[in-house]
Design a binder for this molecule. Structure first.
Ligand code: KIV
Length: 286
């Protein structure tokens, strides 16, 4: 299947075709996602929690993001890959933000970058767009500022908060971003913003009316254990399957049932007799 690019996602919005989006952090998962026909992959800074076991995404570094983007790129060469700007890779200065964006493109060949925030990051967004980079916005529950939001809480549940999200969405589109992600907002707010904006509006916990959906792959496959957000549907239970497989392996090893002859490398033809003669020359243990 031909790789979809940003104009394809815009066309899909116009034609009412939903976009499918998952996170991926490694080579095999990227291969599975490409084989499954997933439209876009996000190498999210959620890798801090899903891969490294941090309690939140704040410790994640640019170097970590680049390494994981490279692996995902190799695993899914024909899928639109989005690199996620980690905390403090774009907040401290416009120059640093543009430089770090450049790293994603030059070192990991991503197709776009995503960053969290609305009107207050407009100067950074404009500078990255001026550098010719495809930008995906992210508003609503923005985990990097969850301290200010009072924790990982849904946003836009009051009229004032919904208005603020709508104004952020319009400002980001006005600045020129090519796609917007809404996280953990009521479906009514998701629908209004989706209908108001010409660019694709994707949802992770923003309801069924958006132009497409994102899920964290570790949630979808039942791998992430710490907590399960309300917006998740688990499609399999990898944690249980893998733990059971490991238990079976340990039991087989302890019972002498693994390995068996079929798992062994045998000597080449005619070598066994010579081997026996050779070892017979070793002294008997005393
Ligand atoms: O890092 C990530 O996976 C994200 C999602 C939570 C939207 O930003």
């Amino acid at each position: 299947m031909a790789k979809k690019m940003i104009h394809d996602f815009h066309r899909m919005k116009r034609e009412g075709e939903k976009t499918t989006w998952l996170t991926a952090y490694d080579y095999p998962t990227a291969q599975f996602a490409e084989a499954a026909g997933i439209d876009m992959l996000l190498v999210g800074d959620s890798l801090g929690m899903c891969v490294y076991g941090y309690k939140d995404t704040l410790p994640v570094t640019m170097d970590q993001c680049i390494v994981h983007c490279e692996a995902v790129r190799r695993g899914a060469p024909n899928t639109f890959v989005i690199g996620d700007m980690p905390f403090m890779s774009y907040q401290s200065s416009v120059e640093k933000a543009v430089e770090n964006t450049g790293r994603f493109l030059k070192e990991a060949a991503v197709d776009a970058i995503k960053l969290e925030g609305g009107r207050r990051i407009l100067p950074v967004v404009r500078a990255i767009l001026d550098a010719g980079v495809v930008v995906v916005g992210h508003i609503g529950l923005t985990p990097q500022s969850s301290g200010q939001l009072g924790g990982h809480r849904a946003q836009g549940r009051t009229v004032e908060s919904a208005r603020s999200l709508i104004d952020d969405a319009l400002a980001l589109e006005g600045a020129g971003i090519q796609m917007l992600l809404l996280e953990a907002v009521p479906p009514e707010v998701g629908q209004f913003i989706t209908e108001k904006l010409a660019i694709p509006v994707l949802s992770i916990g923003a309801g069924m009316h958006c132009d497409g959906q994102l899920l964290i792959v570790s949630d979808l496959i039942g791998q992430f254990q710490a907590f399960t957000p309300k917006f998740v549907r688990k499609y399999c239970n990898v944690a249980e399957a893998v733990t059971n497989a490991m238990k079976e392996y340990a039991a087989d090893v302890r019972a002498g049932k693994f390995p068996t002859d079929e798992h062994c490398y045998h000597m080449l033809e005619g070598e066994y007799e010579k081997f026996q003669e050779m070892v017979s020359q070793y002294e008997e243990p005393t």
